[in-house]
Write a protein that binds this ligand. Sequence first.
Ligand SMILES: [Mn+2]
Length: 447
Amino acid sequence: MTLSQTELSAATAAVNAHQRLLIVSHENIDPDGLSSALSCYEIFRALGKEVTVICPDTPPESLKFLPGFEKLDREIDASQNFVVTVHLEEGVEVDKLRYTVEDRKVNIIVVPKRGSIRPQNISLSEGEQKYDFIVVVDCADLHLLGSLYTDHIDLFSSVPVLNVDHHISNTRFGQLQLIDPTAASATEVLYRWFTQVPSWRGLLTDDIATLLLTGLITDTRSFQNPNTTPHSLEVAAELLEMGARQQEIIKNVYKTKPLSTLRIWGRALNRIQSDEAARIVWSAISREDLAEMEAESKETSGILDELISTVPNADVHVLFTELEEGGLKASMRSSAAIDANRLAAQLYGGGGHPRAAGFRVSSFDNFQLQVLKCVQELKESMRLQREEGEQPIASPRISSPAARSIEPQKKSSSNGVKQKKGMDIVQQIGKKGEAGTSEDVVKQLEE
Ligand SMILES: [Mn+2]
């Protein structure tokens, strides 16, 4: 399922036909979401539109380098004008206009130069909406916009919405859609759209190319993830050709980390444990660790990738993080031999995707003991999955409420497209503080 010419033309026509555009992306913003939104901002501004771009979270420091970052607004301005219209009869001219405010009343005083104005010359109306078109980027479901959506449902139901995305799980909301699940990032979808309109091609500056490349680099984790297709590489090459500043992206997204993050990574890597027979590797970060390192739990998000590259020879990698608000979250990745989604769903009502899943445990007495208990349970469950795999008929998939909305995915695939969904979740829930690193599937499930 890729973009059709009809969809592309409809989206272009809709942008051309509207003037006050609102661009939004998902909560727990990630680099692809933010750079998609900002690239829309840039190009629509170049088309002479009034554009508002909203980032529902505090955008991560590491993304400050993105062109247009300072243009981000935090909230939707839902204020609506109220218009009092005075119809001027033949020969009537207005001299002065003033208003007074008294006692919860506004008096609008129209002083005619000539002729007179009567009450029947007055009409009242609601002014135009602040926005006449909404573009939602990198967002599989309107609810992933969080309060941006729930606080403004009226706006989203009265103004046409264009849904630009690359998640296979996209609910196809909105009047218009540009959804390409074969694209590695939302910016890849936007690239396809922007370059397909002849009159827009000339508007693609090196800033826009940098934005588009940022989404592509981060959603593919520098082209390491299996969602990287020949087309993504072609797009990347063309963006470089157009002046995208690749080194600037790499430096800001990957090479700049707060000291607290490095300390907490160090601690987690220092604590790696493994059970070679069971082929499971894990590490755990407690609340005391976080406090000691002056780090936040969200800073652990890149650690799982490090665990995997440090000790690659396992079927399951888990990172346990004790949360500031209580409880723990576990982020898990698996090899093709184990279905991580099923592990999480069966044991803890978590879920995610076959290769990347997560769960939470909300209460326990002792974090370290709870971690060991989880590891024991995971090992047992992994053993059962292996046994089951040896039998000719697989048992039915078990699905928890949390996992139900996520469609099963083929276990293995050499085709990057099919694997993409697992990668998607990584991007959709990207971390505020940790651009372009690992996933936190738990977060996604709660949204
Ligand atoms: Mn994305």
